[in-house]
Design a protein. Sequence first.
Length: 482
Amino acid sequence: MASRARKLRSMAPVMGATTLMVGLLAIASPAGAAPPATCSEVILVLDESGSVDPHEGTVRNALHAFLNSLIDSGVSTAVVEFGTAAQTVFGYTAITAANVSGVFNPYVDATAAGDVYNAPSQLGAYTNWDDALDEVSQLNSTSGVAPLVLFLTDGDPTAYNLDQAGESGGVFVSGVTTEAVLRAETEANEVRAQGSHIIAVGVGNALSDASSVNRLKQVAGPDVYTGGTLDLDLTDTVLVPDFADLPAAMQLIAQAMCADPSIVVDKSVNLPAVVAGTTVTYQVVVTNTGNVPLHDVAVTDPEVPGCSQVVGDLGVGESVIITCTSSVWAPLTNTASASGSDPFGTPVLDEDTAEVGLIPTGTGTPGFWKNHPEVWPVAADEVLVGDWNHNWICDPSETCLVLTTEEALAATGTPPRGDMTWNLGRPLVTAWLNVSAGNDASCIADTIDAAIVWLLAHPLGSGVGGGDPAGQEASGWAGLLD
């Protein structure tokens, strides 16, 4: 698969004034799992212009939320900061617990001895998108291309570099001009040509009017997130009108970068082939093979309902084992399906199949069935003669003779002299057990049905003599079945 969508639900409140409350979700990295492309290198581009000053604490919280969500995820981030000019603060640095504590947090919290996040920037209080994106381009060229660039800004560009042919160099503070936007757009196009996807995070009321949004779209791209499901591959701009919502927005973007939900179900059966009527045991193993928790996990198995089960939550790398049993009367191929969703609502699904074949048994004699009741193809403690579809129910279309296993065992023995009910019961029970074991019944089905009707009218042990007309009829059915 060339590209995997990273989708989030629950970000709609970021667009309005309601603060989005989101619990911290750790992204794990199971061994052998291939992460999404965006779960590798990311360049954070941070606006330090003067207008950010009143919201500096909120931006710091947003950066903490972003970094904490990616601890030990395999992501490395570089940081570019900009005001009137731009500079690279960090090259690609792995987001590990140690680096968050010892490298990133001192910068974010302004406790480091060197450069720190601070607005207005020591580089000047204006907003130079051009130079910020030029720094990104240089990072891509010297350190490797980042699949994702997150460009955080709270206002329009008000400065640009004088770096074109014939210009003097340095920075020109222009105010909001077409030229400032065009130069930033040129740099953004170069970054995209290198292979990076830019997502601009426009925060604050300064980017709430249509003209400002259009300028941001001109640089970042046309696809603006408007709520609902956020797909990073299909998003160029995320607007966060209220600074208070920025931490939640950055956290969810971080989670979407690396969220790679996956579920695997493995179904097996203890016996690959059996004599008809044998009870087999199925095992269904459901495993969360992704890197985020799964919710609403459920298993469905229409052919073997005992394997259907609601699992609920399933942690990263966690498995559940479901066992169930079923009697097999014909070759059976059945499928178990496992479904669920990740914390952002992205669905996952997998299925697996188990097959059971029938072992041809031939026909058993009355003595065989009498001496081997353990292999009788019956359910519970009764023999349902005439249950042609073997569903353990005498359906309205069926005429059935219900015998206990004790009665059926007695019928397979030597019949008492002079009682045709046992003389017919013996070949009938034997024939039915042979049919239930998988033998062809086409030549004797009508005879079995006729014998059932006769024994319903003349129950076993009712003493019908051989000389009676009914006894002579029973003798005829017994001869055909024997």
